[in-house]
Design a protein around this ligand. Sequence first.
Ligand code: ADE
Length: 226
Amino acid sequence: MKIDVITIFPEQIESFAKFGIFRIAKEKGVLDFNVHDLRKWTTDKHKSVDDKPYGGGAGMVLKVEPIYNAIEELKTDKSIVIAATPQGTPLSQKYLRELSDNNDAHYIFICGHYEGFDQRILDNYIDVEISIGDYILSGGELASLVIIDGILRLLPNVLGNSQSPVSESFTENMLEYPQYTRPEDFKGLKVPEVLLRGNHSQIALWRDNKARENTLKKRPDIVKKV
Ligand code: ADE
């Protein structure tokens, strides 16, 4: 998978991508990851990426030209241009699975800022808008990182997971079952017996039940949706 990120804060993305799943995916050769400074595609001497909104109002709006120039230079036939915006399609595990299953895709993430994008960018040069939740962040960097992280952990061979044949399974949409590690007894707080006995089918059943119980208790809306 190839991912390009266009941002006015390249260091923010680069520093995050040095660790964890980003690093693993790059090292395993599963991910070709490139970060670009949007200012590279500006044409004026101040390297301006934003300007005042027509019609007045507070804040600044991201200009069309630099983003258009960036996309034109980076895109190929396989590219899908993504903007993280609060009005986009809500992100879900199912959506991440779709994005991740598109293994040899080339995703170009454009990180918005200020009061947002000039609408002509969204209408003409962006293929998908994705929202990571009903709240407003100050920029698209964190949202893009959230989306990319969610995609990468589903790629085959990144976390040692082979591609799941039951990708849309009920379990994938459930909350996690509880996990424990050593010690077996911490100040009288004990690890559930079943996990210590080594009976794998019993453990699988216990985990499945716990995941369902957890989801029903904490997120009944997910159960209803699935
Ligand atoms: N940019 C700012 N807020 C956002 C959100 N909630 N989701 C995606 N991108 C955003």
